[in-house]
Design a protein around this ligand. Structure first.
Ligand SMILES: CC(C)(COP(=O)(O)OP(=O)(O)OC[C@H]1O[C@@H](n2cnc3c(N)ncnc32)[C@H](O)[C@@H]1OP(=O)(O)O)[C@@H](O)C(=O)NCCC(=O)NCCS
Length: 368
């Protein structure tokens, strides 16, 4: 076979695309009007593969606005050209096009009985993370696959940050702090007992439900106690998360804990800076070798309105890269998905605030 030529589809390809569609699919076929729309819509990516000027395959990728997701809407290779690697080439080229558009994840759905396509996706590193039941016209289910297509390429000489997964729902703060401490000091050992110890030092005691997580004051003090230099930046004073509890008794406890934190900070000569930190400040601190624990709201990530600590490990022109200590195995996540996770800069800026009062806070940790 001569080398295939992959290029963006043109209006003049529509007849060949429709013929291919008719040979490859019995149902849910893309219509002439839809092909035309995809070709003329500059956001979408419709690539064709030709061999000796004959159109033998295509792939269609759609992008959802304001997300980092690209989705393979369809891929097809002519029956007499299968098994020759065209599917793989189309998929690889589609991933490159999606990366250029800033997508971080590629997703797709595939019929449960389509083993050829499932093998193709798995070969290229896609993994199943969910199922849609009764998805197709004939009621067949769809398997959902995903692949992270954007990866962080650290600059030579930049610091590698070890990853530590939180082992309880309420220890994102300690887990993030442990990652920072072991990145800054190679002798620092991360041990499960330390996660709970840090939590006991830094917890605000109560939150909406269950155990309270950690606040910035407590995390700063815990890092200071272990000999690290810290800086605490937040845009409001007074006890945090107090509006998340109803009972006056719990509110009182939060206030008492807060007063203790302030007294301990004063004793340690740590003066909180009350300001709204910017991405430029984040970048500057990282360049100076400090690491920031940042409180984000997970609302835009998974729909739950929970405050969540992550460690920012690096930034480049487009992305903020975080180590997110929370792994949700129920949705097929693994540690690889949560390390150096790229979040578009503007999006991170929106994520880094929590609750009605738009609490924005971080704790800088540095070598002493
Ligand atoms: C799925 C499809 C696009 C694959 O295209 P292709 O050009 O034949 O695939 P490739 O030659 O690039 O094969 C790549 C990998 O896919 C897998 N694969 C492809 N055809 C396969 C088959 N018939 N059985 C099992 N695995 C198969 C293999 O793992 C292969 O890797 P390998 O050759 O290293 O083992 C093609 O079969 C097709 O058009 N099917 C009909 C339309 C369709 O189902 N689209 C997907 C909708 S989700």
């Amino acid at each position: 076979m001569s080398a295939p030529v992959v290029r963006s589809a043109l209006r003049s390809d529509i007849t060949a695309l429709l013929q291919l569609e008719a040979r490859c699919f019995d149902q849910d076929r893309i219509s002439r009007r839809s092909f035309l729309r995809f070709i003329e819509h500059p956001q979408d990516v419709l690539l064709t593969a030709e061999v000796n000027d004959v159109l033998l395959g295509y792939i269609l990728v759609l992008f959802r606005r304001n997300t980092q997701l690209a989705r393979i809407y369809s891929i097809a290779v002519s029956p007499d050209a299968r098994g020759l690697g065209l599917g793989r080439i189309l998929l690889e080229r589609a991933e490159m096009a999606a990366q250029e558009r800033g997508a971080v994840f590629m997703r797709l759905e595939v019929r449960t009985d389509n083993i050829a396509a499932q093998n193709l996706y798995q070969r290229l590193g896609y993994r199943q993370f969910g199922v849609y039941h009764d998805y197709y016209e004939d009621h067949e289910s769809a398997l959902r696959y995903q692949k992270r297509i954007h990866h962080y390429h650290p600059l030579a000489g930049s610091r590698a940050v070890p990853y530590y997964r939180q082992t309880t729902e309420f220890t994102c703060g300690p887990a993030s702090l442990m990652m920072a401490l072991s990145a800054l000091d190679a002798r620092h050992r991360t041990e499960p007992d330390e996660e709970l110890q840090l939590w006991r030092e830094a917890t605000t005691i109560f939150m909406t439900q269950g155990h309270g997580g950690c606040g910035p004051h407590g995390l700063a003090l815990a890092a200071h106690r272990r000999g690290f230099a810290v800086e605490l930046v937040l845009n409001q004073d007074g006890p945090l998360f107090i509006s998340s509890v109803r009972s006056p008794e719990k509110k009182q406890v939060l206030e008492r804990v807060h007063r203790q934190f302030l007294a301990n900070l004063a004793r340690a000569d740590i003066v909180p800076r009350y300001e709204h930190f910017t991405l430029a400040q984040l970048e500057q601190g990282l360049n100076e070798g400090r690491l920031p624990l940042v409180l984000i709201s997970t609302y835009h990530l998974d729909g739950r309105k929970a405050p969540h600590w992550v460690l920012v490990c690096a930034m480049d022109r487009e992305f903020v890269y975080i180590h997110d200590p929370d792994i949700d195995e129920a949705t097929g996540e693994s540690a690889v998905d949560k390390q150096y996770l790229p979040i578009a800069r503007a999006r991170f800026d929106r994520l880094a605030r929590y609750g009605q009062n738009a609490l924005r806070t971080l704790v800088w940790v540095a070598k002493p």
